[in-house]
Design a protein around this ligand. Structure first.
Ligand code: NAD
Length: 335
């Protein structure tokens, strides 16, 4: 462990001060025990000024997209967190790796498996850890689904159902060049993750169907909604759906002798769950604070993050297989 990791709180620099950084990550960093908001990277001088005042960030810890590699020389910053549109993740993670700082990258990790490989290689070469912003791994209701899948209190799992949708969206999320696709990239990825962490296994094959467009003028470039099915080892099947025109946030696992269900499953707070034995009783936590604290602790303790780039790459591979299945109408096998 080097000296910088012995600091009580590690410094995080947020790259991209959009709605997730502003609404969730910066407030969460006021509640973290092992890391704090040390720096910002933004293309807007106006935002830089506002954040400097609001979060007491010095000018010396404020960067733009051109000079952000200078973070290499800033001992206040230990972790660079990429919170940009999906298509920019690969470039910015690879640039961030050259600074020698550890990295968190938002989901989806990138738009292709090849880009994920380049990102992982760059981090390995630089000797830095790469973590993906999978906040639900640090949240008790979803952790309970993982436990039920693993310990099988209701017998072996048989079926998973998961849906995630928003009532509306706009901006880069509906421009394929920036997003990589529609709600599958942004929201369906949570269902893929949920199926993987609940079953504790990897899908063998997928089939998929695009939903009819109710707003074709808006969703010119990307799917408005879709359904897909996944086959897992041991005969477990998953039925999933995602959309940009209806709110959904659901996860259910059916086992031989019972079930477990989260509804809502993927929200920032207010999650609720039940099994055949009754309601799940867990406190609401700040998921982003728990996620960032775990990464900071992993670095301090010299252990790997439980949500590494390899996990993000597998989701990207599954997303690509689902799109291929949707486009061809064929069952697509995963390696
Ligand atoms: P946003 O549109 O609100 O913010 C994007 C930021 O990137 C803005 O500050 C914008 O100025 C900046 N930017 C720089 N270059 C840009 C360009 N060429 N086009 C558009 N914006 C550009 O988006 P967001 O909701 O903050 O999402 C950012 C990332 O965070 C995405 O990858 C998204 O999937 C992820 N996210 C994750 C969660 C989660 O729960 N883990 C939640 C929301 C968003």
């Amino acid at each position: 462990m080097d000296n910088r990791n012995k600091k009580e709180k590690l410094g995080i620099a947020l790259v991209g001060l959009g709605s997730y950084s502003e609404g969730q990550l910066a407030p969460a960093l006021q509640q973290t025990a092992h890391c704090y908001l040390a720096g910002i990277v933004t293309g807007s001088e106006e935002k830089a000024k506002k954040w400097q005042v609001q979060y007491n960030i010095p000018e010396t810890n404020t960067y733009n997209y051109q000079n952000f590699e200078d973070i290499a020389h800033n001992s206040d910053i230990d972790i660079i967190y990429i919170v940009l549109p999906n298509s920019m993740h690969a470039e910015y993670v690879i640039r961030a790796a050259t600074t020698g700082k550890h990295i968190i990258c938002e989901k989806p990790m990138a738009l292709s498996v090849e880009d994920c490989n380049r990102m992982i290689d760059a981090c390995n070469k630089a000797g830095v850890q790469l973590s993906i912003g999978y906040r639900l791994h640090f949240e008790p209701f979803n952790a309970e689904m993982m436990r039920i899948g693993k310990e099988q209190p209701f017998g072996p799992l048989k079926k998973i159902k998961s849906d995630h949708g928003m009532a509306d969206t706009d901006g880069w999320r509906i421009e394929k060049a920036l997003s990589g696709g529609g709600p599958l990239q942004d929201l369906g990825i949570y269902c893929i993750q949920a199926c993987r962490y609940t079953t504790g296994t990897e899908p063998i094959a997928v089939t998929a169907q695009e939903g009819a467009k109710t707003k074709p003028e808006k969703f010119k470039d990307v799917e408005e909604s879709m359904t897909w099915q996944m086959e897992f080892p041991g005969g477990i099947t998953a039925e999933c759906s995602t959309t940009y025109v209806k709110r959904m946030s659901y996860l259910r696992a059916e086992a031989e002798r019972g079930f477990a269900e989260l509804d809502p499953a993927f929200d920032y707070n207010g999650l609720q769950g039940k099994t055949g034995d009754g309601p799940m009783q867990f406190a609401d936590i700040n998921q982003q604070a728990a996620q960032m604290d775990d990464f900071a602790l992993a670095l301090k303790e010299g252990r790997p993050t439980p949500v590494p780039g390899e996990m993000g790459r597998q989701d990207v591979a599954i997303i690509q297989a689902i799109y291929k299945a949707m486009e061809t109408g064929q069952r697509v096998e995963l390696k």
